[in-house]
Structure formats: structure tokens, C-alpha cells
Design a protein around this ligand. Structure first.
Ligand code: AMP
Ligand code: MG
Length: 329
């Protein structure tokens, strides 16, 4: 199955070369440059406004490719793949930052967020040509190495040790970290404004040309990718969505649909009556981890968490019946 993931990564990487589309033009209030490409398993678009907009979009695109090559569990050459293959080892400062946040959100969410779901994800085979429902014995075996408390993370010594048969998957947090890095690039290039759409993650910076707040559409999980169910207005920050519609397969024998957000307690896709969760925050890495975690926790437990951290993030749920519920300060 790992071979299939690798093959998909290679195919996607060659697609990247074909799909990079860049353009620049004059916008009301200054220069505008835009770039669309495929990375981290999703389509991305970055638009920058300001004198150095062209340089900035290029820097953003390169940064995303660099982070993809560092964090992708499906790319044999990545740091994460090396750690998974070798049961741990030396880690880079950036991986350490992401691990720190992942472990902190794991604790904050009572284990709903858990990057050690890797062996379970591998069994389900989401993103491969042959996804399928794992058999009970294999799932029980994979689950025995799941639990971020089983990681030995030596922050000072920049070392990670995985439990026997264990592995890590940063798929639920890497794009959030990438968004935070783009925010730094926007600042370094002294842009007047910028917006990036990294799959379900939207990052907004500075002023929107023409004034007013940035508007970010929340996708209708029951519709096509262009159907919007709600809109969030942002000054600056990100809106990050996790949803069961993003990646799934249908079991041929039973017709049952299985999606990619796993409840680490059961090893099965989380079923909590939600179609999507959007987290709005200034902190991208936190928002990405939380959107996945809140999908697993369900509405009630997520709202209890929000009550304690209202200043850090806001929540938008889309329930199974299509109802939208917002929790903002
Ligand atoms: P996201 O789209 O940010 O919700 O991330 C979903 C991805 O994160 C999946 O494709 C898996 O790679 C990984 N994942 C699935 N379930 C979990 C979980 N409970 N905690 C952490 N990562 C997960
Ligand atoms: Mg996430």
C-alpha cells in the first residue's frame, strides 16, 4: 500500500509541473500577482497585492513545495517517511515545532487529534487506488501503536522515537503550518494584502483591494466544490475546514461511504453528526489541528473546548441535515 502512495506522489509531483499557472496584472490600488498549483494533495492558489507581488507568489510556491517534501508521509524522500521507516531519529527544527503543536492539541482534545493514526490510515488506504475496510485483526494491531503519549519526543535533543510498528502522519496539520509560513512571506515582502487558498485552508493578510473585509466562502458539503453554504468575514487570519466530503470511498459490497477523518479511539471514520467543521483563527497550525479534532469530537464537546479558548478561535459547524451553527465571540 505504501508503494501505491509513493506512486501517487510521483504522479502528482509530475502534475505539479504541468499545473503551475501564474499571472500578474495591475489591480485597483497596486500590482497583483497570482499563482495556482498542485501540492500537498490539493489545488492551491496564492494571490498577492503590492509592489513585490510577483516575487512573493514565487516565494510562496517554493515554500509550499519545500514543506511538502519535508512533511509528506507519502513521499519516500521526506523527513516524515524517514522517521516512519526507521522508527524515529533526528528531527529538523520545523518538524519539532509541528510535533510540539500536535502533541499539545492531542492533550487539549483528549486524544481526538492524534498524528500517530498513520498505521491506521495506511490500512484504510485513503488516497491510494485500492482503499478498503481493514479487517478487525489488522485494525486492532495497527491501533496498538496509536497514541501520541507513546511517542518519545526529545525537544532539546531534536530526537523522536516511535513505538514498535508506529508512524506519524502530519496530514491534518501541515497545511496549517504552511499557511503560517505564507503569512510570514507576505510580511517579509511588505505586501498590501494577500490571500491564499490551500485546499480547505484559506489565509488572508493585510488589506483587501477596494476595502472591506476578506470574504471566505464555506463549501456546502452536499453540493459541488463551487457551492457555498456560508461566508466568513476576516480581517487577517485563516479559516480552515475539515469535512467528510474531502476524501472518501464507497465500499463496493455494502455501498457504505467511509471518509478520511479517523477517530483514534476506534480506528474508524468519525461519525458525530457533522459534515464539516471550520475553525477561524490567527494561528494556522492550531486551526488546522483543531478543525480535524473538532470533527472527531463532535459539536457538544467542541463547544465545551471553545468555551475555554474563545479568544483563540471560532467555530462553524455544518450538521448532517445541512444546518449551519456558528460559535463566535
Ligand atoms: P484535515 O483535512 O486537516 O482534517 O486532515 C485529515 C488528514 O489528517 C487525514 O487524511 C489523515 O492523514 C490525518 N488524520 C485523520 N484522522 C486524524 C486524527 N484523528 N488526528 C490527526 N490526524 C488525522
Ligand atoms: Mg486539519
Amino acid at each position: 500500500m505504501r508503494k501505491a502512495v509513493k506512486k501517487t506522489a510521483v504522479v502528482l509531483r509530475s502534475l505539479i509541473l504541468c499545473l503551475v499557472v501564474c499571472c500578474s496584472c495591475s489591480a485597483p490600488g497596486g500590482e497583483e500577482a497570482s499563482c495556482s498549483f498542485f501540492a500537498m494533495d490539493t489545488y492551491m492558489t496564492v494571490t498577492c497585492y503590492g509592489e513585490r507581488c510577483e516575487e512573493a507568489v514565487k516565494a510562496c510556491e517554493e515554500e509550499i513545495y519545500r514543506l511538502d517534501a519535508l512533511f509528506s508521509a507519502g513521499d519516500e524522500g521526506s523527513e516524515i517517511s524517514r522517521l516512519n521507516r526507521e522508527g524515529g531519529g533526528k528531527i529538523s527544527p520545523e518538524t519539532a515545532v509541528v510535533l510540539d503543536e500536535a502533541i499539545s492539541v492531542h492533550e487539549m482534545t483528549g486524544g481526538a487529534f492524534d498524528i500517530t493514526v498513520y498505521p491506521v490510515m495506511d490500512l484504510w488506504g485513503f488516497g491510494t487506488k485500492e482503499p478498503g475496510v481493514p479487517d478487525d485483526a489488522a485494525l486492532a494491531n495497527a491501533l496498538s501503536s496509536v497514541g501520541s503519549d507513546k511517542l518519545f519526543f526529545d525537544r532539546e535533543g531534536a530526537n523522536l522515537k516511535l513505538p514498535e510498528g508506529g508512524g506519524i502522519d502530519l496530514g491534518a496539520i501541515a497545511k496549517g503550518y504552511a499557511g503560517d509560513r505564507l503569512m510570514e512571506i507576505f510580511k517579509e515582502h511588505e505586501l498590501t494584502g494577500a490571500v491564499a487558498s490551500l485546499g480547505g485552508n484559506v489565509v488572508c493578510y493585510g488589506k483587501k483591494p477596494g476595502g472591506g473585509k476578506w470574504k471566505c466562502g464555506i463549501r456546502d458539503p452536499r453540493g459541488t466544490p463551487s457551492d457555498i453554504i456560508d461566508t466568513v468575514e476576516l480581517d487577517e487570519g485563516c479559516a480552515i475546514t475539515s469535512g467528510s466530503y474531502e476524501r472518501y470511498f464507497e465500499d463496493e459490497a455494502t455501498g457504505v461511504r467511509y471518509h478520511h477523518i479517523i477517530d483514534p479511539a476506534t480506528g474508524y471514520p468519525a461519525e458525530t453528526g457533522l459534515l464539516s467543521v471550520t475553525v477561524v483563527s490567527r494561528n494556522g497550525v492550531l486551526a488546522d489541528a483543531l478543525s480535524t479534532a473538532c470533527f472527531v469530537l463532535g459539536e457538544e464537546k467542541s463547544v465545551q473546548l471553545w468555551e475555554k479558548h474563545k479568544e483563540e478561535f471560532s467555530l462553524i459547524f455544518v450538521r448532517e441535515d445541512g444546518r449551519v451553527v456558528r460559535h463566535f465571540v
